[in-house]
Design a protein. Structure first.
Length: 279
């Protein structure tokens, strides 16, 4: 696991995708859309997966294959490790600390993830051995994932960041699990935070003055959401899978907490004061 990685400013467009949770069908639709959108473009593009690729849904193994393919197709791309991904990473690496969390993980969707591999084994040790033998790239994917990804004046992370803490001092626990201290913070965070982890209601992207929230409960509602951030035009557009799995443009929910929202002043989101002493 890489604590933080930085995308060069030469990357001109980012597609950030919310929590997938084993819905390979939805991720495949989103990636086909990105392929169609970028095929004729001369933009330098990266895909950022915001984590929780696995658990709960029926096809986590296939999701990981799709993620590996996306990172290869667009080489600047990154995976932000999610809390469910971290459980799977610890299982595959034989981390003894998972022993205390194993029952919780399996009950929270880990069982469905292991079933998606179809190993035919019941003992966890045998399942692990089979996965590492047949799909060794899955552990590599998690081991090379990032906690935080920075690009221009954006930071991509699974759950969020601790307000008031510099990016280089953010804790693993917060990046994977934080909710209220981050979500309730009003005002600047030092960067625009693009994240998942907390399901948005209604199931549409939510935009405040300091964050873009993209978890729309794909596994429960069949809505997988993505934001396109285009630096040359200083615009953001939102897309999600529809009722039949097709990808369509969607409007975000603007949450104005007295300071306006990023989507209402898109150009500012690409030119926030930066670079030194971010926190």
């Amino acid at each position: 696991m890489i604590r933080a990685s930085h995308l060069p400013e030469a990357v001109e467009r980012i597609y950030a995708i919310g929590d997938v949770h084993g819905r390979a069908d939805l991720l495949a639709s989103i990636l086909r859309f990105v392929e169609a959108e970028t095929r004729e473009s001369d933009r330098r593009v990266a895909v950022v997966l915001l984590g929780d690729l696995v658990d709960r849904g029926p096809a986590s193994a296939d999701v990981l294959d799709l993620a590996i393919g996306a990172l290869a197709r667009w080489p600047d791309s990154r995976l932000c490790l999610g809390n469910h991904d971290d459980w799977m990473r610890r299982f595959l690496s034989g981390d003894p600390s998972l022993i205390d969390d194993a029952e919780t993980w399996l009950a929270q969707g880990g069982a469905e993830t292991l079933e998606s591999y179809g190993t035919g084994h019941e003992r966890l040790a045998d399942v692990r051995t089979a996965i590492l033998r047949d799909r060794p790239g899955h552990l590599t994917l998690f081991d090379t994932a990032s906690l935080l990804v920075t690009w221009r004046d954006f930071v991509f992370v699974h759950a969020g960041i601790a307000p008031g803490v510099p990016l280089d001092r953010q804790q693993v626990e917060d990046a994977l699990w934080i909710r209220r201290p981050f979500l309730d913070h009003v005002g600047p965070l030092g960067a625009v935070v693009v994240h998942g982890h907390t399901i948005q209601k209604p199931p549409r992207p939510h935009v405040t003055e300091n964050r873009i929230s993209l978890d729309t409960g794909a596994v429960f509602r069949s809505v997988l959401t993505m934001v396109e951030l285009d630096a040359p035009s200083a615009t953001m557009r939102f897309f999600a899978t529809g009722e039949r799995g097709e990808v369509e443009a969607v409007l975000p929910v603007h949450v104005d907490r007295g300071l306006g929202t990023l989507a209402q002043r898109q150009a500012d989101a690409f030119s926030m004061p930066n670079k030194k002493g971010r926190h």
